[in-house]
Design a protein around this ligand. Structure first.
Ligand SMILES: [Fe+2]
Ligand SMILES: [Fe+2]
Length: 258
């Protein structure tokens, strides 16, 4: 089974490029399943139902999220109804949505778990405390991909080791900056600290750079806007064998007019 995993989709530029290119990428890379982090898909702040539908319609199988998931109030009910849109599993159980799902693909069933890191993100529960229980919900599903939405590289690396041999892949999101550490861990888990971003590189992690600089220089509140130029898709391809072990992990990028 081949899974394509895309880093945080930021605003309209990220959505538009993903929608425009996904069908070709799916066939070119012979992908069975597509996972994308959509926490910034609506103007950088959460994801509206219509934008989730846009990504599902383009061929995304599961949308994961993170700390921005509840920025759009009209998504709360949709999160309860749409089992292919996840929020971190380690939020309050009473919060809208779920953090674990299973989808059928041409290559077989794939389970997806969405977790939030602790550092600076303050989820209700430690991801390390609840991930075992999340995996119990996927008992019998061999291919499992974890989106670990976290700030600290150390916390992400630790989760990779904690889950090595128990899931097919642990891929980090949230920083919007791609790391150069994609590898297969010895137990058979594909690992990468951050998949990067689908959005503008003429920016500071997807936001217009002038506005971010103004905030740093003045230390006064500045309303952020999504940047539009030099848009790229950043993601990672994971090949999973019949046993659920990862066989291959390869980062890829698409954009810049290519
Ligand atoms: Fe993000
Ligand atoms: Fe985030």
């Amino acid at each position: 089974m081949i899974v394509l995993f895309f880093g945080d989709v930021v605003g309209k530029p990220g959505r538009e490029l993903l929608v425009a290119r996904l069908a070709d990428l799916r066939s070119q890379l012979q992908a069975d399943a597509v996972i994308a982090n959509g926490e910034n898909a609506t103007d950088g702040k959460g994801i509206k139902p219509s934008h989730a539908e846009e990504l599902f319609g383009a061929g995304v199988d599961v949308i994961t999220t993170g700390n921005h998931v509840y920025r759009q109030r009209d998504t709360y009910r949709y999160l309860d109804e749409q089992f292919r849109l996840l929020r971190p599993h380690n939020f309050l159980a009473s919060n809208p949505g779920r953090g674990v799902t299973v989808v059928d693909t041409p290559g077989g069933r794939v389970g997806v778990v969405n977790l939030s890191g602790d550092l600076y993100l303050y989820p209700a529960h430690s991801p390390f405390e609840v991930v075992d229980q999340a995996l119990e919900q996927l008992h019998g599903v061999r291919s499992v991909v974890v989106d670990f939405h976290a700030e600290a590289t150390s916390e992400k690396v630790a989760m990779g080791w904690y889950l090595d041999g128990r899931v097919s892949a642990v891929i980090g999101t949230h920083t919007h900056v791609r790391t150069a550490d994609a590898r297969l861990l010895p137990g058979g888990t594909a690992y990468m600290t951050d998949a990067g971003m689908c959005g503008s590189r003429d920016s500071v992690i997807g936001v217009k750079k002038e506005l971010v600089l103004e905030r740093f220089l003045t230390q006064l509140p500045v309303r952020f806007e999504v940047a539009e130029g030099d848009v790229w898709l950043e993601g990672v391809l994971i090949e999973i064998g019949d046993s659920g072990r990862a066989l291959r992990i390869e980062p890829f990028e698409v954009g810049g007019g290519s």
